[in-house]
Design a protein around this ligand. Sequence first.
Ligand SMILES: [Zn+2]
Ligand SMILES: [Zn+2]
Length: 293
Amino acid sequence: MFGLEWWQYVLITLIGGNTFFLGIGGFIHYYHYHIKRDENESWKMQPNRFLSDRLSRHAALLGTFNMNTAAGTFGFLGWGVLEQGWGQIYYDFSDYGYAWAALSIFLAFFFIEACAYYMHAASHSPWLYKKIHKVHHYYSTPTYFTISAMHPLEWVAHASYIVAPAFLFPMHWSLYLFVMMTTFFYGFWDHSGIKLNINLPFHGTNKFHDDHHKYFHVNYGFLTPYFDRIHDTVRREGHHYTEDTFTGGKGRVNKEMQAQNAIGPWVDYSTPFKQKDDGKKQDSSAKNPVLES
Ligand SMILES: [Zn+2]
Ligand SMILES: [Zn+2]
């Protein structure tokens, strides 16, 4: 399409990827975690809890390494798709019409979310967790770099289902780019550790995945909490969660807070932080030290 060689595509995606990842993302991270560190009670999801210097470095190095392997691979695949005709990307909306265009966005998001949820839930089974997924859970108070700081095998699996829609069914190039950018954007805010004052569409507050890192075997969804609701893996009020409670999202019932065998209600992730602050509503997990892991 553009008449470029494969290595030129790889170079472009490496430069573009790092501009986003280290440039824009790195700046937002630096602004909060270094310049505004003393005021972290106002912006941090888990106030006054920070990764150790060693873990912060570990996340930055592993996360940057993985992100670059993905950017390079996407560049090569981009060459295949745009120059060699691999995959099913198309360039003219009239080829398939607007109804299909709308359906293809839904299918792409649905496919990515289903893969993300079921792979993630499976990786919280004891064997896979201890062998592979535990690396991503070194970071109990995640920072932006932890978005891609995980076992390289797991990273390959995640990158594969994000690439897959371009090969599975026809997608307009701009819609596929939109899906990829949205996926990255959600992952960014979910791992940043920074309170986002608005809800993300179909997602709720960005505390959902931060809680996953804090409470471990709960809240497996990525773009939405819907699969967690279907499979009852949303974190529940009054339940106790640790890295060793492999109980499929249920944790352990905290008998001091709930009558024996009682099931607590799902934690509310649908009210934006700002609205919560304005209404002086308290986050029940923040005032209940029993729940802290
Ligand atoms: Zn996990
Ligand atoms: Zn995570």
